[in-house]
Design a protein around this ligand. Structure first.
Ligand SMILES: [Cu+2]
Length: 161
């Protein structure tokens, strides 16, 4: 019997591989194409009427997706803004949607795109270490809810150092 073990073992490995590779590929396309990483917000004094939230959306799929809106239970109003420094003055402009390119990412960060949360519910904790839910609406991926971490300072982006 010992002599048959290696070939049986090889079959056990090869059969699941053949069976599961197409399945993983399909579910990967349908369920895991869009992920949201590092959601954060700048700490603000209690009673602040509006806050901005930042995050990175990754698209591992083969088709573009579109971020069409944001919402949070701590905000009466929520939208997406783009900051720009035209004419030496910081301006914010509302945007209706933002594309998450296939095999790419969409970055919301200070001085760029941000989720703008207004009419903040009184008593909402916005001190470092607290967090609040933020739901992102995608055209194809549907709703994805993340926990936005409130930080004193922007997270460092020194990957690979
Ligand atoms: Cu804004």
């Amino acid at each position: 019997m010992a002599g048959t073990f290696p070939s049986e073992f090889a079959m056990m490995l090869s059969v699941p591989r053949l069976a599961f590779i197409p399945l993983l590929w399909l579910t990967g396309q349908a369920l895991a194409a869009i992920t949201v990483s590092e959601p954060w917000s700048q700490a603000l004094p209690p009673g602040s009427p509006a806050i901005a939230a930042y995050f990175t959306v990754h698209n591992d799929g083969t088709e573009d997706d579109v971020l069409t809106g944001v919402a949070s239970p701590v905000a009466g109003e929520a939208g997406m803004h783009q900051s720009s420094g035209a004419d030496g003055m910081m301006k914010m402009q509302a945007i209706a949607s933002a594309v998450v390119p296939a095999a790419g990412s969409l970055v919301f960060q200070p001085m760029g795109y941000h989720a703008m949360l207004m009419s903040i519910t009184p008593g909402t904790e916005l001190q470092p270490g607290s967090h609040f839910p933020l739901t992102l609406h995608f055209k194809h991926a549907g709703d994805i809810t993340v926990q936005v971490q409130v930080l004193q300072d922007a997270p460092a982006h020194d990957h690979g150092n």
